[in-house]
Design a protein around this ligand. Sequence first.
Ligand SMILES: *[C@@H]1O[C@H](CO)[C@@H](O)[C@H](O)[C@H]1NC(C)=O
Ligand SMILES: *[C@@H]1O[C@H](CO)[C@@H](O)[C@H](O)[C@H]1NC(C)=O
Length: 155
Amino acid sequence: METFKVASLIFLLIYTSIGWPTHTVCKSNNLEVYYRSCDPLQDFAFTLDSCSGHTIESVNIRAATVLRHNIGELFVTVRLIVNGKSIPLFSTQLCERDHPNLSFCGKKKGEHIYYEGPVSVNIHDIPQGDFDVTVELFNEDQRTIICSNFTVLSH
Ligand SMILES: *[C@@H]1O[C@H](CO)[C@@H](O)[C@H](O)[C@H]1NC(C)=O
Ligand SMILES: *[C@@H]1O[C@H](CO)[C@@H](O)[C@H](O)[C@H]1NC(C)=O
């Protein structure tokens, strides 16, 4: 019990002090986008095809991980964080049980997945200002598969 407590405390201290690094996805005169994984056990790579103006048409994503939960169904939610409050922006289902449309749909806990490819987002007219956006992918049991915090600085 005591050992467990000490071990968790050490883990917490290490995680809190180091965490995942903040990655730069985009940096131009009028748009800056940074992200940080909010899943304590894994980090991710994201790249944007272009970073000028206030339009993002497609995002190229690379993610590799060993699944800690089955993906029978997969959902994504995008939330805007304003003054510590989270406002839902967008949510959709990525994997359906009967239509495993993506290569990693249907993978089981313990399996290795690797995904690389474009995701069309079609955001035209990114509003001006600084804001935080949290993107979370979770399965049918509400278990987190991927979680990422984005910071957008738009001038
Ligand atoms: C991610 O964003 C949420 C909501 O703002 C925040 O509570 C959490 O601490 C952030 N996590 C990281 C690792 O930045
Ligand atoms: C998956 O593919 C089926 C058949 O092409 C389609 O009807 C369904 O809308 C797709 N689902 C998702 C989540 O893209």
